[in-house]
Design a protein around this ligand. Structure first.
Ligand code: GLA
Length: 395
């Protein structure tokens, strides 16, 4: 981590000839509660111990100059450009956040920024939200604004919805802003209130990366969200007072199964079931019942694969391998889908053997060596680099 920060400071000095301040925003994992956030449901994310860093220094004008060491790219634009259009690349996440911060009433200073990170891009670990949040935190701080973390999460989500064009929910931005080290959070995506959920320290959360990168998944994602809206529209003529699938019980859904096309019904069945599973999983973890939490994670995967149809062959393969291994409580795909990582709840004494077996069996089946990572929930976004900055300036 220190080396990333030192490299970032050095790159900033080389590009912009002065010393930056550093900010860091983490990626996320999610134990359970997938595709429920934009249905006003519950999710159970935690911050990953991998992040995106933003190095920043103010400019006297209203320009933003952005450099990404990850993408090896430089982009410049003017905060006062009245006709800002997305470019279809990484810079849209930052530009979108700047635009929506200003629309929310924050007057931003121009700035030079350099980004780097150790969070893989496109792996379903929410690098996009980490870019947004690190940029938002950095821009607000150098502009002298107070930061309300929930407000920042909402503005970052708005940027992704309306500037980037992905109609994502609030989970990724919320956890990147508000994570608590050492815990997952049970987040109510309607009220945006959360409570800590402690995972028995005997268990490990192990991420296995299929190395399939989810290209073109945005269209499929937006289509799923539309299916959910169609289900709500059909049900709201029959059930009074509902505004999201969160408000629908399983019995109600079954009663009105004929009110919607079969595919829409299956999407709704996933969401209604997943919200219930997430609440049960939180109760199971509270009670120290890892078996039950794992069982619910397995059901979550099956539902994402069969009803929501956002898995892929490589994710299913990893889940099958995991489930045949002793000491694995549960295994499922994580995040939006169509590639990326699985999350596995594994007995701590078996985690090492599990990682080895997974790597071997996945490589044998696909020819690809999968990165495997044990995750310890980390803190949310914030200033970084104090140690690195002191070290560099002392040279
Ligand atoms: C992506 C989105 C989130 C959430 C997940 C699926 O990560 O950004 O808002 O919908 O997919 O649970």
């Amino acid at each position: 981590m220190e080396s990333i920060e030192q490299d970032l400071i050095a790159a900033f000095r080389q590009s912009f000839q002065r010393a930056p301040r550093l900010f860091r925003a983490p990626g996320r994992i999610n134990l359970i509660g997938e595709h429920t956030d934009y249905n006003d449901g519950f999710v159970m994310p935690a911050a990953l111990n991998l992040s995106i860093w933003a190095a920043i220094a103010p400019r006297p004008d209203r320009r933003l100059r952005l450099r990404s060491l990850i993408m090896d790219d430089i982009v410049e634009f003017d905060l006062d450009d009245p006709a800002a259009q997305p470019r279809g690349d990484w810079s849209d996440y930052i530009r979108g956040v700047a635009i929506f911060l200003e629309q929310a009433g924050y007057r931003l200073s121009g700035a030079d920024l350099v980004f780097d990170g150790n969070l893989p891009i496109g792996a379903g670990l929410s690098a996009s939200a980490a870019f947004e949040v690190s940029a938002g935190f950095a821009l607000l701080t150098i502009s002298g604004a107070e930061i309300d973390r929930v407000e920042l999460a909402k503005i970052c989500q708005r940027a992704e919805n309306q500037f980037v064009g992905v109609r994502c929910g609030i989970m990724d931005q919320y956890i990147s802003c508000c994570a608590v080290a050492g815990s997952a959070l049970l987040l109510d995506c309607r009220s945006l209130t959360a409570r800590k959920v402690t995972i028995d320290p005997q268990a490990r959360l192990v991420l296995c990366d299929t190395m399939v990168r989810h290209q073109l998944a945005a269209d499929e994602y937006n289509a799923r969200r539309e299916d959910c809206e169609r289900a709500v529209a059909a049900l709201s003529t029959r059930i009074a007072g509902i505004s999201a699938l969160r408000d629908v019980t399983f019995d109600q859904l079954m009663r009105y199964v004929d009110s919607m096309p079969e595919l829409v019904f299956r999407r709704a069945r996933h969401v209604v079931g997943e919200i219930d599973r997430t609440l049960r999983a939180a109760a199971a973890l509270d009670a120290g019942d890892l078996e039950e939490c794992g069982r619910l994670m397995n059901l979550s995967h099956d539902s994402l694969r069969d009803d929501y149809q956002v898995s892929c062959a490589e994710l299913d393969l990893m889940v099958d391998i995991a489930r045949s291994f002793p000491g694995v409580y549960g295994a499922r795909m994580m995040g939006g889908g169509f590639g990326g990582c699985t999350i596995n709840l594994v007995d701590g004494t078996r985690a090492e053997a599990f990682a080895q077996a997974m790597a071997e069996r996945y490589r044998t089946a696909t020819g690809v060596t999968p990165p495997i990572l044990a995750c310890v929930p980390g803190p949310g976004a914030g200033p970084a680099g104090l140690i690195g900055a002191a070290h560099v300036s002392a040279r």
